[in-house]
Every structure is written in C-alpha cells, then in structure tokens.
Design a protein around this ligand. Structure first.
Ligand SMILES: [Zn+2]
Length: 173
C-alpha cells in the first residue's frame, strides 16, 4: 500500500478527532443554560474557524441550532455565504433545517457523531446531502466518536427525567 496515503489518512483522522472534541466541549457548554447538548464547529484547511452550541432554550429561538449558528459565524468571518472548502463537524446528525442550510452554504463535507432516529436528515430519515434533486451535494461521514456524543445526550435526558418536579401550589383562599 502507498505509504503517503496512510500518512494522509492519519492526518485526516487527526483533524477530525480534534474538531469532534471541540464540538463535544461546545455541547457540554449548552447544558449550562439548560439546552440539549449539541455542539458544532466549522473547519477550514484543518483549522477550526468557528464553534457554537445549541441555544434554542436560552435564546427562545427555534432555529438556534448549533449548526446554523456555526455556519452563520463562519460566513461573517469569511465574509461570504459560500462555504466551499469548509467542513462542518457536529455531535448529532443534522435535522432537516440544518441539512438544508448546509446545502445552501455549499459546504464540502459534514462529519457527525451520533445518529438521530427522530430528526436525522443526513442518512437516517432523509438524505438531504446526496439528493440528486438538490443542486448541491456534500460528503457525509457519520458515527465519529458516536459513543461520547450519544452518551452526553442520554445523560442529559436522563437527568431531566430525574429532576424534581416543582410542587403544584395548592389553591387556597
Ligand atoms: Zn438542526
């Protein structure tokens, strides 16, 4: 086997692992304000240029998903909406909205951690990334550091279930 190919692959693995670790760090930060732990980073030439986490609850914004925020920040930073040459690395498979935004941004590739059985639009329920009817397609790699990504989500929802419910105030005169 070609040795340079092996080395290139090892290099590729390095930046993906580093980016996913950063995305996991962002996901943890989301929990600090009661948001579902999902984090995303945009990578250009192997360097993380933006990192964001889910802010739906804290911002009261149904569109404040980690991916949307990371894409918007990257567009501002690069001074263009066209994110050709960039990759998005996110802890959970993107939903329909985020997969649509990835196509609109002309991104090169998507790397995600956990698969999303309820909303996943990059292979699970839909495959927006390689639908021939859509005018931009991007590469997808799923299941990267999947265990860490899904454990974070599982713990979050378990803690929610175990959290004490506020007592109902008795009606009194
Ligand atoms: Zn989304």
């Amino acid at each position: 086997m070609d040795k340079s190919l092996i080395e290139n692959n090892a290099e590729t693995q390095d930046w993906i692992a580093e980016a996913m670790k950063a995305a996991l760090g962002e996901a943890e930060a989301a929990m600090e304000h009661g948001d579902v732990p999902i984090g995303a980073v945009v990578v250009q030439n192997g360097n993380i240029i933006t990192s964001q986490h889910n802010r739906r609850e804290v911002d009261g914004d149904p569109t404040a998903h980690a991916e949307i925020l990371a894409l918007k920040q990257a567009a501002v930073l690069l001074n263009t909406w066209r994110l050709t040459g960039c990759s998005l690395v996110v802890t959970l498979e993107p939903c329909i909205m985020c997969a649509g935004a990835l196509a609109l941004s002309r991104i090169d590739s998507l790397i995600f951690g956990a698969y999303d059985q309820k909303m996943g639009a990059c292979g699970t329920l839909y495959n927006i990334a390689c639908d021939p009817r859509i005018n931009h397609r991007f590469n997808v790699t799923g299941g990267v550091m999947e265990k860490s990504c899904s454990a974070l989500l599982k713990d979050f929802f378990e803690n929610l279930r175990l959290a004490p419910k506020p007592d109902l105030m008795p009606i009194s005169e």
